[in-house]
Structures are given as structure tokens and as C-alpha cells.
Design a protein. Structure first.
Length: 447
């Protein structure tokens, strides 16, 4: 007997309902709830702190490479374009369907703003440093106690910025309102790239901590997010996740190449050659003609970057629409960027290979990873010791540094560790380094 496919429906998927908002009276606004999500995020303190969090390269000051803030803003712009394109085509495909198609651009752009808000200082090396602390460092000795108390150790051993973003956006920290940022269910679902728990993860990626699993299930139920296999605990991806992921894939790959040129890790000739590989035929001729008119090298590269982003937006939109029904039944299982045309995919892969060979293992990037490991290890040692032994004199001094919103009196070890990770992952690069120096005595106040 053939399997009956179940499809998520757009009317339920595009919900303006807010997490935790039932208890609050909301005034009427001209802006839609999805537009208000965007504004709520961009005016928030955690978003503002992204300006001092590393993207890939350390923040050198005199040369303006991307940080988490500029990256998130650019991803949001590309996400808006992808969302608007998809909305136009979905309206054409389903003209009689009463759904919030016109809001897809707003939903995707808001989710793109928030997609990196859970990342710790020092870029992806920060995530690796936290995981290493609990798998190879002093944190490993806490594993047995966490498990005995019913905590999910894998949440720490595989620490994931995406899961931390969902916690940041939905958790009711002390003194805060229910629902965290009280974003719409649709915006929140668009951020969950890996809709399963850490214990079900095969590659280390996962979408929510044990503490937010119930919240995710509420979101999934509200939006009608299905399980492709009803007997499994893994949900399908929310459809707009594919657009958020594509926007991120487009930006980080192209912008890393541009930053590498600014830092002279790639020559102008290498950079322009790499970027020209995305085009052929008349399009390549037209672009080459423009490059002969523009003499400024940085402007040439900026022009090529804009052309490539436009090309990738169009291609990813096409792949999304070609697979729209497969996405809604939960059977599409790869990023949109992997489905683009051969020429463009080959150029994208070439850029990825060059990035691995010349950028991600450069001394500048490796130096910040080394620093991140040392700083995280020291901070985690100090604050976990403090929350697990709060009566000690030194512990009291340290705990007085932590904002009141973090629950240092959590009833179990899992919760205590999590409150420390909430604090440390929210730090900027500069704050983490400064606190490390003060705790270790490297930077003492003048007497």
C-alpha cells in the first residue's frame, strides 16, 4: 500500500500569532506582526552586541571586514529578496489561497537578523571552544552528575549557536516577560535549521536545547509542522528555513572572499578571477565590459559581488519553487544552494575550496581560535565553579558580576551550567577578553 503524503499548508504556516503573547494586551499598529518582529530584533541589545562579535576574521580596526552585525544585516537584505521573490511566485501558483504570502519577505528578513544572535564571541571557534570544554576539558567531569539528574549532556558537548538563538529569543529570563522576545511563531520557526534535539543529531547540529524542546513543540503544533516519519521524533524543516539558510549561504561565501581581498589574503587578480567564474556567454561579456569602465579595483569587486548575489537569489528562488511541494511534505533534504545550475555551483564550490585553503586556516583566523579556547576555558572554569559552590567567598564575588536575569540558583546542574553559558555566549569579543584579563589578574585596576 503506497504511503499517503501529508503536506504542510501555507495558511497555517504563515501565522501572525506570537509566542507567549496571550497574557498581554497589544495595541493595534499599522505595521504587521511580522514587520514588528524585524523592528523588535533590530532595536534589541543582543542584536546590537553583534557589532563586536567576530564573523570569520578578528576585528582589525583599520580595515573594515565583516562582523556578526554587518553579516546579519546583509543576510537579512538577501533574505528579504528571496522571500519577496518566493511570495510573488506563490501568489501566482495559489491565487485562490487566503494566506499571508505577501509577508514572506518580512518573515525571512526578520529570521535572518536573528539567525546568529545565539552565537558566542570569537566566531564559530567560540562554539567549538565551548564543546571542547565539555568533551575534553574540565567540564567533562560534570557529565555524570548532569545525566544522573536527568539533564541532556549532549546540549553542552555539542553546543550549537542555532539552538542558543532559540533559547535567547524564547526563554523567560528572570524579570522578563513570557515568550522572551514574543516573536511570531513563523519567524521563530524560520530560524530552526535543525528541527531535532541534540541526542538525535548525527553531525553535531541541532535546533533546540532540552530546556526549549517543549517551546519548539508548541511552535510546531501551532504551525502544523509535520513529521515525515510519524514514528520518529524529528520534524520536517519549516519551509521558510530554506530561504533563510540560502541567504546565509550566499552572503558568507561571497563576503568572505571580499574580506580576504581587503586583508590581502587574496590578490586582486585571484579575487576577480574567482568571481568571474559565475558567469558565461553574453552575461560574462556584459560584466567584462563594465569592468573595463570601472578602474577602481574595490569597486570592480563590489560590482561582481552584487551581480553574483543577484544571480544566486534568482537561482535559489527557482529551486525553492521547483521543490515547493516536496518541501511542504518534508521530503526535501538539502540546502537550496546545492541545487543551483552546474556553472554557478562549480564556481561556488571553487570559492569554498579557496576559502578553506587560504582563509579559514590563515594565521589571523587560527590566532583568534587559539585565544577563544583559552578564554572560554578560563571563564567557564571560574563561573561554573561559582554557581556550583555559591557559598564560597570568591564565588560570591564572581556571581555579583552576573546580571540578575540569569538563574544562578537553578535547581539542577544542567540549569546552573546553562545560566553560565547564557552569560558567556552573550558577551562581545572585547567584553569576554576584558573579563578574562580581570579574573586572571592580567588587568588590575590602578591603586
Amino acid at each position: 500500500m503506497p504511503k499517503i503524503l501529508v503536506y504542510m499548508n501555507w495558511t497555517q504556516l504563515l501565522s501572525g500569532k506570537r509566542l507567549g503573547i496571550e497574557a498581554y494586551h497589544e495595541r493595534k499598529h499599522e505595521r504587521t506582526n511580522f514587520q514588528r518582529d524585524y523592528d523588535r530584533l533590530i532595536f534589541s541589545s543582543p542584536f546590537r552586541r553583534l557589532q563586536n562579535k567576530t564573523q570569520v576574521f578578528p576585528l582589525p580596526g583599520s580595515i573594515f571586514v565583516h562582523n556578526r552585525l554587518t553579516h546579519s544585516l546583509e543576510v537579512s537584505c538577501v533574505g528579504r529578496s528571496l522571500g519577496n521573490n518566493a511570495a510573488t511566485l506563490l501568489l501566482q501558483k495559489y491565487p485562490a489561497l487566503e494566506s499571508n504570502f505577501s509577508e514572506i519577505g518580512s518573515i525571512v528578513s526578520a529570521a535572518c537578523l536573528a539567525h546568529d544572535m545565539g552565537n558566542p564571541p570569537f566566531g564559530h571557534s567560540g562554539e567549538r571552544a565551548i564543546s571542547a570544554y565539555f568533551t575534553e576539558g574540565n567540564g567533562k567531569q560534570l557529565e555524570q552528575k548532569v545525566r544522573e539528574e536527568g539533564g541532556r549532556w549532549e546540549d553542552f558537548a555539542r553546543f550549537e549557536g542555532n539552538a542558543n538563538a532559540i533559547r535567547l529569543l524564547t526563554h523567560q529570563f528572570i524579570g522578563r516577560r513570557k515568550g522572551g522576545f514574543a516573536l511570531t511563531y513563523s519567524t521563530l520557526a524560520s530560524i530552526v535549521k535543525y528541527p531535532y534535539a541534540s541526542i538525535l543529531s548525527e553531525k553535531g547540529k541541532f535546533g533546540f536545547f532540552q530546556s526549549e524542546e517543549e517551546t519548539y513543540l508548541i511552535i510546531a503544533d501551532e504551525l502544523g509542522i509535520i513529521k515525515p516519519n510519524p514514528d520518529a521524533a524529528i520534524h520536517a524543516r519549516y519551509p521558510l528555513v530554506y530561504l533563510v539558510e540560502a541567504a546565509d549561504d550566499i552572503c558568507y561565501q561571497i563576503m568572505d572572499i571580499e574580506d580576504a581581498h581587503k586583508l590581502r589574503l587574496l590578490t586582486s587578480e585571484e579575487t576577480i578571477y574567482l568571481l568571474l567564474q559565475y558567469f558565461d556567454g553574453k552575461r560574462l561579456e556584459s560584466i567584462s565590459d563594465t569592468l573595463t569602465i570601472v578602474s577602481d579595483t574595490n569597486e570592480q569587486i563590489a560590482y561582481l559581488r552584487s551581480c553574483i548575489i543577484g544571480l544566486l537569489v534568482d537561482e535559489c528562488t527557482q529551486i525553492f519553487m521547483e521543490n515547493e511541494e516536496t518541501i511542504r511534505n518534508g521530503l526535501y533534504d538539502k540546502p537550496l544552494i546545492e541545487g543551483i545550475s552546474d556553472l554557478v555551483r562549480d564556481a561556488y564550490r571553487t570559492c569554498s575550496e579557496v576559502a578553506q585553503q587560504k582563509i579559514y586556516i590563515s594565521n589571523e583566523v587560527l590566532d583568534i581560535e587559539l585565544a577563544g579556547y583559552h578564554i572560554f576555558s578560563s571563564l567557564l572554569d571560574s563561573f561554573i565553579e561559582a554557581v556550583t559552590n555559591p557559598a564560597r567567598s570568591y564565588s560570591k564575588l564572581l556571581l555579583n558580576r552576573m546580571p540578575e536575569q540569569y538563574d544562578i540558583h537553578a535547581p539542577d546542574t544542567y540549569g546552573k551550567i546553562q545560566c553560565v553559558l547564557d552569560y558567556i555566549s552573550g558577551m562581545t569579543d572585547v567584553y569576554a577578553l576584558d573579563l578574562y584579563r580581570k579574573i586572571t589578574g592580567m588587568s588590575l585596576p590602578a591603586v
